[in-house]
Write a protein that binds this ligand. Structure first.
Ligand SMILES: Cc1cc2nc3c(=O)[nH]c(=O)nc-3n(C[C@H](O)[C@H](O)[C@H](O)COP(=O)(O)O)c2cc1C
Length: 239
């Protein structure tokens, strides 16, 4: 069982680092391995204005450390993204990474699919839920498996060390690691069906039509009963 943590804080030894170190220690005591990626230690260039992400079929041409980081993430059974709140939103390090990793690489064959994933947010007091939701959406897009474990893992407190005094945050973190570890073991067991029973990462992509779309054909009454398209509604409003 290998957990990879991705930390989006630029403050070495700050709350995010402390919480990630704590979580890694929990994983070790459960008998797992860890890899900690501190984004501040790598060259991650922002997306350029080329704007051809939606038509390009080959990986991004910008050269930085993102491909190597993704190689490390692909080795994981479970991924934990940890980021502080900055300006009521995601810290810029994590924001740039999500954009670059996503449009530059992950969108092509979704290599993180079927990995377990979790989110940790640190912040003084404001907008933790917004940051949590943004990372969760990104993890869903990448077809990772989010395991419910109770309350979202958020830490309140601005000064370094505050996070480790947030008992409720630590409880939520432990519950999340616990559930992720349980599911990692379950999915890793072929006799239980497990990871091998799941579709391989490249098998499905959100840009393709879902394999279930034929189950309710366009001729179905459900669809035929739908109201007229927007144009008709606009015309009605003008009458
Ligand atoms: C530029 C900046 C903006 C911040 N904006 C917010 C914010 O909008 N909401 C909040 O609760 N905390 C905010 N904080 C506080 C940090 O989220 C908080 O100190 C957190 O613990 C930092 O984690 P770190 O120690 O890993 O850097 C901000 C901090 C910085 C440096």
């Amino acid at each position: 069982m290998r957990f990879t943590f991705i930390s989006g804080s630029e403050r070495a030894g700050g709350n995010t680092d402390m919480v990630v170190d704590y979580a890694a220690e929990v994983v070790h005591r459960l008998g797992g391995e860890t890899d900690i990626i501190s984004l501040r230690e790598f060259r991650i260039n922002p997306c350029s204005p080329c704007g051809d992400c939606n038509i390009r079929t080959t990986p991004c041409a910008i050269e930085d450390d993102v491909p190597n980081l993704l190689d490390r993430m692909v080795q994981a059974d479970a991924l934990v993204y940890a980021a502080p709140v900055h300006g009521f939103g995601l810290s810029h390090l994590m924001q740039i990474f999500l954009e670059r990793a996503g449009v530059g690489y992950l969108r092509f064959d979704r290599p993180l699919a079927n990995k377990l994933a979790g989110v940790v947010v640190t912040g003084r007091r404001y907008s933790h839920s917004d940051v949590h939701a943004q990372i969760m959406n990104n993890l869903l897009l990448n077809r990772t498996i989010l395991v419910g474990s109770g309350y979202p893992v958020t830490f309140t407190g601005g000064a370094p060390g505050d996070a480790l005094r947030d008992q409720e945050g630590l409880d939520a973190l432990c519950s999340m690691i616990d559930r992720m570890a349980e599911f990692a073991q379950l999915l890793g067991t072929p006799s239980a069906g497990g990871r091998k029973a799941l579709p391989a990462p490249a098998e499905r992509n959100e840009r393709e039509t879902s394999r279930l779309r034929h189950l309710v054909p366009p001729t179905s009454n459900l669809i035929a009963r739908a109201p007229e398209a927007n144009g008709a509604n606009v015309a009605t409003a003008q009458e």
